[in-house]
Design a protein. Sequence first.
Length: 129
Amino acid sequence: MYQQRKEFDKSGVDIIAVSFETIESATEYLRDTSVEWPIVLDEQKALYLYFGMGEAGFWDIWGYRTWLAYFKEIIRGRWPRKGGDGNINQRGGDVLIDPAGIVRLHHIGRDPGDRPEIQALLQVINHQN
């Protein structure tokens, strides 16, 4: 998503990342990745639970799709970074909320590499503008 941030900027979208890790881990992530959007710390996982993002099973985390996602990142010259202090079984996801507070997209990741395509996100965003 970060690689297409200009597309999101053109659409007038604000991106906020949510992390359940500690402030130290989030700071290290920002330093290592140069991501510029704000990160909200949710160490109690209230937002994760609210949006139904519970824990994943072993094969969800370490299955074929995960290794494929890591391989693609390595091909692009981006080595996977060591996770922070958090639970590696925690599911991630994507939620698009419009300015009126209406959830326009709610995606719960099946595994670490499961994210909606950028074009699908932009299509939802542009449809609302």
